[in-house]
Design a protein around this ligand. Sequence first.
Ligand code: SF4
Length: 267
Amino acid sequence: METKEINVKSCLVKSKLSDYVINPYLGCQHGCKYCYATFMKRFQNVKGAWGEFCYARVNCPELLAKELDRAKPGHIWMSSVTDAYQPLEGKYRLTRRILEVLANHPRKDEFSIEILTKSALIRRDFDLIKRLNAEIGCSINTLDAKTARIIEPFGSPPSERVGVLKDAKKEGIKVYGFISPVIPGITKLEEIFRELGFCEYVWVELLNTKPDVMARLMPVIRENFPDAVDKIEFYVSNPELYYKEMEMEVRRLEKKYRLPVKDIVVH
Ligand code: SF4
């Protein structure tokens, strides 16, 4: 794993996905096989494979303090192309320092914060998250620890992510589930809906089937989940059918488990 410290020009970045995004790291140690943030490499001229490099944007907290002074109020999403609680955060504490800046800023009530992670390390920062207008989510696409270990090798096991959300809820933090990505033949939607019934709501995100994503994912699927290959290939060739079937199933489960679905994200 190649790691290094870098300085960036901005921390709080305007985005089409949310009013603002904050990505304290470039790259992601979680190395999920279906990750579509790999396109970041192109912009940053990074040579290593996705999951094998992670650069800490060490000046983010200082930049944010100044940026918040002049930013318009809005919603901040952490993080769109990395995980703010990947292992390196244990050493650098950049996310914690960013949350400290937000929590101590005089305009903090003008911003809402959303943190999405696959790591139980987020527990460390519950004290700060409680001081903010914040909600947290965990991405889950399987409840099976073995499967998760193969397709998202360095995230916390799914049961720990569910535990994080339950503990956060007990602490009075708003929580949601991010069922992503739904991988045909692997993701058992009903099981996950049942497990996440205590959340405020869930998002459902369908698999991104762009060629570069599939080129990383399919060899792993062929080697470890041969029964899922035909299903995935069928849906890749019939994306509208995939969407229609998923939508019907998601709406059925939404009613059955009375768990609101904020949206079904399609790429
Ligand atoms: S945690 Fe998110 S950003 Fe990191 S590799 Fe996995 S999908 Fe990509």
